[in-house]
Design a protein around this ligand. Structure first.
Ligand code: IVH
Length: 703
C-alpha cells in the first residue's frame, strides 16, 4: 500500500493506484457513515483521506478519476436518515437501445400472455425523467411518509423534506383515492433552476453541482428540511406501489387519477396500439428533448392494461411490463494515455484505457473499459491514439473508435499479457464445449493469485455478501499482506491468527485502538449467523451473483437441502438434482455448472468444512410462507389453457414453488392439462398428486 508515502514522493503509477484505493475507501466510509449508526472511520481519519485525495489530484490533475471523491456533491448529512420498508419494492427498468429491442419487448409481452395475433396490446410512452425516485405514502388522503428508493426494498425516510415540495400534496384532492396508497414518481430540477442554483453556490464560494440530477438528490437528502424547502425541487407522479384497493384498470386511467388528486403528471404521456406508434413517440421526444427545460434520458413504455401488468409480473429487479428506451449515449474525443490490465475476482483480465480526463455529459471521464483483447484488436487502438469515447447513463464508459491515427514514432500494438500481471501464472483463454476460445483471458493462478484472493475476500465481506462492518478493502489488504487472512474462514479466527503470526493483539495496532478493534471483532461475531443468500453470493462462484443466490435461497429455503442438491448434481451429472436445479425459473446451466465445479474442488470442500465450523448458515425465506406450494416441486405438462407455460412457471416460482421439467419421486404436484402423456403416467405410478389446471388455479388463488 502507498499509504505511507508522502504525496510529493509518489510516482505516477503509485498515485494512480492510491487514487483508486482512496475512492474505494471513501465510498466504503460514506456507506457506513450514511447507512449505519457507527461509521468505521473517525471524522479526522475521514478528513485525512479526503485531503490526501485532493493533494494527489492537485499534483497529478490528469489522473483525477471520473468517480473522484472530490466531485462528490451535497453537504454531507451528519445524521443518517431512518429506514422505511417499501410496501411493494421499487423496481428498476430494463433497457432497450434499438428499435429492434422495442419490437422484442412487445413480442415478449405477447408471448408471455399467450395473446392471439390479432389482439391489440396498448402500450404507453412517456419521458424517462433524469432525477431520483420518491415514494409517498398516503393514508386516508393524508401524506404520512416519504422515502427514497434505497436498495429498492428499503429506502431512506425523507418525509420532512418531501413535505416541503410544492408538487407534493400534503392532502389528496378529489375523490376515489384508496384508503392507503404509495404514490411514486421522480424528483427533479429544471435546467433553469439548476443554473441559478449553481450560480448562487459559486457566488457563495461553495462547490457547484455536477448536473440537475445530483442537485435534486442533494436537495432532497438535506439534513435540514428548511434547506430542502429553498431548493427548487419538482415532482412528477408516474406510478404507485402498495394500494389498499384497486383504483383503475389501465395505466392511462391511473395517471389521470393521480392528476385529479393533485399531482403533476407529464404532458407527453400517451398510449399507442402499435410498435411503430411507440417508435414515432420516441423520435418525437428525441426532437423535443432539448426544449423541455428538464433532463430526460429516454422514453419509458408500459403495458396499459393493469391486469396484464399483474400477470406479467417481474424478473429479478425489472417488471416484465415496462422498459426504458434509452437515448443514444453522449460522446467525446480524448487521448488514450495508457492501457492497464486489471485482475478481477474470478481471474478475468480486463484492459482498462487510461484517458486524458474529459467531460462527457456532465461527468469527468478518465477511464474506459476496453473489455478484452479482441475488442482492442477490433478497434486497433494503441497508446497515444485520439479516441472517441461514449458514456451512457451509469454504464462504464466505452472506447468507440480511433480517430485518424498518426502513429509515427509511437510504440506498436498493445499486447495482452499471457501471464497474470499480479501473480505471474499463465493467463489463458478457456475453450468452450465447441472449442471456441473465450474472449476473456483468465489468470489460472486461482487461490495463489493474490489479486484474485484479495478480491474474493473483499467480495466475501462486502455489503451484498456477509456485510461485515469495519472490515473493508483496506483491512482485507492489511490482514492479507501480513499473512493473517488468506481464506474466508480466517476472518472468524482473527485474534488467534494474529497471535499465531506473531503480531500484537489488534487493539495495539496503528489505526485500530481498543474501541474499533472491539467493534470489528463484534461485527465478525455477529455474522457467525449468515443468511443463506448473502453467504452463497459471498462465495463468489462464477455466474452465482446476488440475484441467483436470492433465487436459490427463496426456492430451497434450507441451505442444507440446497447444498445437498449441488453435491448430488456434482456426483450424478444430469440426474434429478441437477434437473431440479436447472429447472428453476431464472437459473441457467452456467450457474449450475459453476456450482458443480466449485463443489468438486477439494480446496473448496476444505474451505466449506472449515467455514461451517465457524458460522451457521441461516435458512432463507420463502417469498410467501403462507403459500400452499412454498417449497414444493411442481411440474406442468400437457396444454395449459388459462395461462401460458412461462406465466404458469413464473407464478409458481413467485409463490415459492420449485418448477421442474420432469417427474421424479421428488415431485410434489403434477399439473396436467389436456394431452398429458408419459409424465402423467409416471406421476400416477409414483403416487404424485395430480391436478388439472383449474384445480391448480383454485389451489393457489388467494396465495
Ligand atoms: S416507471 C416499475 N416511469 O427510472 C417501473 N420510471 O430505471 C417503475 N424513471 O427508478 C418505474 N422516469 O426513478 C418510471 N416515467 C417514468 C420514469 C421512471 C424516470 C426512473 C425511476 C426508476 C428508474 C428505472
Amino acid at each position: 500500500m502507498n499509504g505511507d508515502i508522502a504525496v510529493d514522493d509518489l510516482t505516477e503509477a503509485q498515485a494512480r493506484k492510491e487514487l483508486a484505493r482512496l475512492v474505494t475507501e471513501l465510498k466504503l466510509a460514506d456507506a457506513s457513515y450514511y447507512g449505519e449508526d457507527d461509521p468505521h472511520l473517525s471524522d479526522a481519519e475521514y478528513d485525512a483521506l479526503r485531503l490526501r485525495n485532493l493533494a494527489i489530484e492537485a499534483r497529478f490533475p490528469h489522473l483525477k478519476r471520473s468517480d473522484s471523491p472530490s466531485e462528490r456533491v451535497g453537504a454531507p448529512i451528519s445524521d443518517g436518515f431512518g429506514k422505511i420498508e417499501h410496501g411493494v419494492p421499487m423496481l428498476s427498468l430494463d433497457n432497450a437501445f434499438t428499435d429492434e429491442d422495442v419490437q422484442d419487448f412487445a413480442e415478449r409481452v405477447r408471448r408471455f400472455l399467450g395473446l392471439a395475433a390479432d389482439e391489440v396490446v396498448e402500450i404507453t410512452a412517456e419521458p424517462k425523467i433524469d432525477g431520483l425516485s420518491l415514494s409517498l405514502t398516503y393514508e386516508n388522503g393524508k401524506l404520512i411518509r416519504g422515502a427514497t428508493r434505497g436498495d429498492g426494498a428499503v429506502g431512506e425516510d425523507v418525509t420532512a423534506n418531501a413535505r416541503t415540495l410544492d408538487d407534493v400534496p400534503k392532502t389528496l384532492a378529489g375523490t376515489g383515492w384508496p384508503r392507503r396508497i404509495e404514490i411514486r414518481g421522480e424528483v427533479y430540477m429544471s435546467n433553469a433552476d439548476f443554473a441559478a442554483l449553481n450560480e448562487a453556490e459559486a457566488a457563495a464560494g461553495r462547490k457547484q453541482y455536477m448536473n440537475p440530477r445530483n442537485a435534486a438528490a442533494g436537495g432532497l437528502r438535506q439534513k435540514d428540511p428548511a434547506v430542502t424547502a429553498q431548493r427548487p425541487l419538482k415532482f412528477y407522479a408516474y406510478a404507485w406501489g402498495a394500494v389498499s384497493e384497486p383504483f383503475a384498470e389501465t395505466q392511462l386511467e391511473a395517471v389521470a387519477a393521480l392528476a385529479s388528486w393533485g399531482f403533476q403528471t407529464n404532458d407527453l404521456f400517451q398510449a399507442h396500439e402499435t410498435v411503430n406508434g411507440l417508435l414515432s413517440a420516441y423520435r418525437d421526444m428525441v426532437e423535443r428533448r432539448a426544449g423541455l427545460g428538464y433532463d430526460i434520458d429516454g422514453v419509458v413504455y408500459k403495458v396499459n392494461r393493469l391486469d396484464w401488468q399483474q400477470r406479467l409480473g417481474k424478473v429479478s429487479r425489472f417488471p416484465r411490463w415496462a422498459i426504458a428506451h434509452k437515448f443514444p449515449a453522449e460522446k467525446a474525443i480524448t487521448t488514450l494515455e495508457a492501457i492497464d490490465v486489471q485482475v478481477g475476482r474470478t481471474g478475468s483480465l480486463t484492459p482498462v484505457a487510461r484517458l486524458n480526463p474529459i467531460t462527457v455529459g456532465g461527468v469527468v471521464v478518465s477511464n474506459a473499459t476496453l473489455h478484452n483483447e479482441e475488442e482492442i484488436e477490433r478497434l486497433d487502438v494503441r497508446v497515444g491514439d485520439q479516441v472517441e469515447i461514449q458514456r451512457a447513463g451509469d454504464v462504464i464508459p466505452q472506447v468507440l473508435r480511433v480517430i485518424d491515427p498518426d502513429r509515427a514514432g509511437r510504440p506498436g500494438p498493445f499486447e495482452m499479457p499471457d501471464v497474470c500481471p499480479e501473480c505471474g501464472s499463465a493467463a489463458v483463454r478457456e475453450l468452450d464445449d465447441k472449442g471456441k476460445a473465450d474472449v476473456r483471458r483468465r489468470c489460472t493462478g486461482g487461490l495463489i493469485c493474490p489479486a484474485q484472493v484479495k478480491e474474493r475476500l473483499k467480495h466475501f465481506v462486502s455489503r451484498k455478501a456477509l456485510d461485515i462492518d469495519g472490515l473493508g478493502a483496506k483491512q482485507i489488504e492489511l490482514f492479507y499482506d501480513r499473512g493473517i487472512v488468506t481464506a474466508p474462514q480466517h476472518i472468524f479466527q482473527l485474534p488467534a491468527r494474529i497471535a499465531a503470526a506473531g503480531f500484537e493483539p489488534l487493539d495495539a495496532w496503528e489505526g485500530f485502538g481498543s474501541v474499533s478493534a472491539g467493534k470489528l471483532l463484534a461485527a465478525i461475531d455477529d455474522r457467525r449467523k449468515a443468511p443463506f443468500a448473502r453467504f452463497l453470493n459471498g462465495l463468489g462462484i462464477r455466474h452465482v451473483g446476488q440475484t441467483t443466490s436470492d433465487l436459490f435461497s427463496r426456492t430451497f429455503v434450507e441451505w442444507r437441502a440446497f447444498w445437498a442438491a449441488v453435491e448430488e448434481a456434482r456426483d450424478a451429472p444430469g440426474g434429478d438434482a441437477e434437473q431440479a436445479l436447472t429447472a428453476i425459473d431464472g437459473i441457467g446451466g452456467a450457474a449450475v455448472g459453476a456450482l458443480k465445479a466449485f463443489a468438486a474442488e477439494p480446496h473448496n470442500q476444505d474451505m466449506m468444512a472449515e467455514l461451517l465450523e465457524e458460522l451457521e448458515i441461516q435458512d432463507g425465506e420463502a417469498p410467501a410462507s403462507e403459500s400452499p406450494v412454498a417449497g414444493k416441486t411442481v411440474v406442468f405438462t400437457g396444454t395449459l389453457e388459462a395461462m401460458t407455460r412461462d406465466e404458469a412457471k413464473a407464478r409458481a416460482t413467485s409463490l415459492g414453488a420449485k418448477v421442474s421439467g420432469s417427474v421424479s419421486k421428488r415431485t410434489d404436484i403434477l399439473v396436467a392439462g389436456p394431452g398429458a402423456g408419459s409424465k402423467l403416467k409416471k406421476a400416477q405410478e409414483l403416487g404424485v398428486q395430480v391436478m388439472t389446471e383449474a384445480e391448480w388455479i383454485d389451489f393457489v388463488s388467494g396465495a
